[in-house]
Design a protein around this ligand. Sequence first.
Ligand code: NAP
Length: 351
Amino acid sequence: MSKIKVGVLGATGSVGQRFIQLLENHEYFDLVALGASDKSAGKTYSEAMQSRWKVSPKIPEYAKNMKVVKCNPSDTPDVDLVFSGMDSDVAGEVETEYANAGVMVISNSKNHRTDDDVPVLSAEVNPEHLDVLNFQKTSGKIITNSNCTIMGVTITLKPLMEAFGIESVFIVSMQAISGAGYPGVPSMDILGNVIPLIGGEEEKVEMEPQKCLGKVVDGKIKSADFKISSHCNRVPVIDGHTVCVSVKLKKQTTVDEIKKIWNEYQGEPQKLNLPSAPKKVIDYLEEKDRPQPRIDLMNGNGMTTSVGRLRPDPLFDFKYVVLSHNTIRGAAGAAILNAELVYKKGLLRAK
Ligand code: NAP
């Protein structure tokens, strides 16, 4: 069976290089096009990545000599699907061009997340939201990932919402430097420091989980009706967003019951045995001082959401800590898992 031909837009960035790493020898997808800005276009991937490859010791052999091109459908004529990891200043328009050209887009950028016929898809959380693709007007369809900070949080909220209902959520994030792209935050600003502002982040964090956990009504996504309040902070950690969550539920339950529900949680990717699906969606760590980015980040190859410190909360009902890998589970890995799901459901075919 021939593989689906895919491209990566924004291939030279923090998220882009994760795509290159994770798509090597992929069972369903063949990476045939790398797109970036005019600055990188025309160079080989190795030339464009001088000193910028950070995710492993070496650029994978298969990508080194691929030519980087501009991000538009005429420069990438062969692709059936593009993964987008482009700067959000340009991503929205370029993604629409691809969709108009009949190419499926799976995006990590914020631009289309608020469109009510575009799913904010988290494969284990809301696969039924793929129904709205039938209502998009373009011949190629657009799917987005959620923001990396709330990816793991939403995964933990899904089984809680199903079992007990959610009243409200309070979030404090400690977000890694790689979340700001490369070169990102200057070292003089972040070393030995905490920056209590990430522009635009709290707005996304306070809105996207409800969309992810919403329902499809008449071809549009109707968000779930609970409120979130958040504080988002940048901390001197390279990879891995840690989030402290307090949650008020609609029904009473116990710490033990929640741990059991989390540890047993499985989604459609696990049932379909998709290549990037982690065996454990949520891993509850019983150690008192976990999860920690340095120790737990690569749990489930960076695709498992690590959770710990579940305890009663005097203001809400329960509080806990979530860790997820921002460029794997929060970006490239989740986007690839979404594409695997779409492919396995027969919504994506080779030209
Ligand atoms: P980044 O490291 O700054 O990379 C940005 C990419 O966009 C580069 O490949 C860059 O190419 C390309 N680009 C910039 N201007 C362009 C243009 N005019 N036309 C085409 N390509 C252009 O950023 P990142 O962290 O990878 O983030 C990429 C996207 O994913 C953003 O929308 C971000 O919000 C989102 N995201 C990031 C993370 C994370 O943890 N980093 C997680 C989830 C979502 P050049 O190298 O040629 O300039």
